[in-house]
Design a protein around this ligand. Structure first.
Ligand code: NDP
Ligand code: 2IT
Length: 443
């Protein structure tokens, strides 16, 4: 065993039980280890070992009161993973399943994703094991206020800039930003994903989904194909799922499924933009369940995932490890040719291995869903300039960014003349971060 492999084993032992973190590390190392093998400067500086340990993790208590006056206590975290190329940047997740393992995997992934955008942003992630489901607006507000009472000590526009993720959208960012502003008196770009009324960027809420579709367009163009009439199955029915669908439908594809944590809906000839609005109102405004949707020609299947249909493009947009090996087999049998990871790490290792073995193209999350954080980067730029760009400018910059990420994947992901997007994204993201770390010396 080499010194490096030995060091990796020790890091894994020290972080025993952090299975999602190890899964994301293994995926990166599968490509990075062969790449650094003969690069003595990276090896001497122990860049790989340093990358596997977050700069710091902050854990805190969040105490809040519900509408009946009862006190609740949750755990909050911020993982500041790596700031080699810029201030820590990454979302906040509010979901009962959140723990340090989840946030470490997300912060680690975010480091490489942010590097791929070409913008000066390091990687971080945070959140709480708070369940927003069934909570009133006032309860959400009080939770966000209490969360920020602690988080504000560790963030700042040039230091760490959080945004949204699962369970944190424009409403929560509003409460968080309002609290930060109340405590510090400063109105600046400390959070992204803000409402454009007070400094948010046009297209930020659409950006992750739109970016996924722009990336898919580049992949299809590489195959001499396009989106016209392509049947797409999407999981999830949140921010990323719905804006991915909006752009797909705009560009002539058919979106046939959505899901939530209870079940899935299907419309065999594809959802329309009007139907999409009904789904958005149900999920975003009423915070309801897909089972409550009443739309003609739409079937609901309780307790099932959406992969048993016929489609060419699969787009998981819900959560990590939602596609297991059995689902991957179903997806292959459905006739899929491209898998676009809109969610972070949506495939288990077995599922990834199975689909790659069957030569199905996988666009990894680091590349495919980078559009969200890229426009977050543009929101920071606008805040620093004290002005707002028009939507056209933000959208065209997003398109260029996704094309550039596709080119990076091609440059680093050659596999016998084909593009291996997983390899390309991992090495491309690594090189940029590693070179910055080298330049700083031993820190
Ligand atoms: P939302 O909270 O808006 O929506 C999440 C969706 O996923 C909901 O439909 C939810 O169902 C479903 N879901 C969440 N957890 C689970 C679970 N454990 N099992 C089954 N379904 C689940 O989140 P986003 O759309 O923002 O995020 C979706 C994915 O995209 C995440 O992986 C996130 O990390 C990633 N992402 C988000 C970005 C952003 O800008 N928001 C940027 C890049 C990646 P239900 O309604 O029943 O809870
Ligand atoms: O996973 C992600 O890239 C995000 N949740 C978005 C992060 C951001 O800072 O916009």
């Amino acid at each position: 065993m080499s010194n490096l492999e030995n060091a990796i084993e020790i890091i894994k032992k020290k972080t025993a039980g952090q299975d999602q973190f190890h899964q994301s590390v293994d995926e990166v190392l599968e490509y990075v280890l062969p790449f650094v093998k003969d690069k003595q400067d990276y090896l001497d500086a122990k860049i790989v070992e340093r990358l596997l340990v977050p700069d710091r993790t902050i854990e805190f208590r969040v105490t809040w009161q519900d509408d009946d006056g009862e006190i609740h206590i949750n755990n909050g975290w911020r993982v500041q993973f790596n700031n080699a190329i810029g201030a820590y940047k990454g979302g906040l997740r509010f979901h009962p399943s959140v723990n340090l393992d989840t946030l470490k995997f997300l912060g680690f992934e975010q480091t490489f994703k942010n590097a791929l955008t070409g913008l000066p942003m390091g990687g971080g992630k945070g959140g709480a094991d708070f369940d927003p489901k069934g909570k009133s607006d006032a309860e959400i507000m009080r939770f966000c206020q209490s969360f920020m009472m602690e988080l504000f000590k560790y963030i700042g526009p040039d230091h760490d800039v959080p945004a949204g993720d699962i369970g944190v959208g424009e409403r929560e960012i509003g409460y968080l930003f309002g609290t930060y502003k109340q405590i510090t008196g400063a109105h600046h770009g400390v959070l992204t994903g803000k409402n454009p009324a007070f400094g948010g960027s046009c297209i930020r809420k659409e950006a992750t989904g739109y970016g996924c579709v722009y990336f898919l367009q580049s992949i299809l163009a590489e195959q001499g194909e396009n989106l016209q009439e392509k049947r797409c199955a999407i999981s999830g029915a949140g921010n990323v799922a719905l804006y991915t669908a909006e752009k797909l439908i705009q560009l002539g594809a058919r979106v046939i499924t959505f899901s939530d944590s209870q079940g899935y809906i299907v419309k065999d000839d594809g959802f329309s933009q009007e139907e999409l609005i009904s789904i958005r109102v149900l999920k975003e405004e009423k915070r309801g369940r897909l089972s409550e949707l009443d739309l003609k020609g739409v079937e609901y299947y309780d307790g099932r995932k959406p992969w048993h249909e016929e489609y060419q493009v699969a787009i998981p947009a819900a959560t990590q490890n939602e596609i297991e090996k059995d689902d991957a087999i179903t997806i292959k049998d459905a006739g899929v040719c491209v898998m676009v990871e809109a969610a972070n790490m949506p495939l288990t290792r077995d599922a990834t291995d199975y689909l790659r073995d069957k030569d199905i193209i996988i666009a990894p999350a680091k590349a495919a869903n980078a559009g969200g954080v890229a426009v977050s980067g543009l929101e920071r730029t606008q805040n620093a300039q004290r002005l707002s760009w028009d939507c056209e400018k933000v959208d065209s910059t997003l398109k260029e960014t996704m094309k550039d990420i596709h080119s990076i994947c091609k440059a680093y992901g050659d596999n016998n003349g084909m593009v291996d997007y997983i390899k390309g994204a991992n090495i491309g993201g690594f090189v940029r971060t590693a070179d910055a770390m080298l330049a700083f010396g031993t820190l």
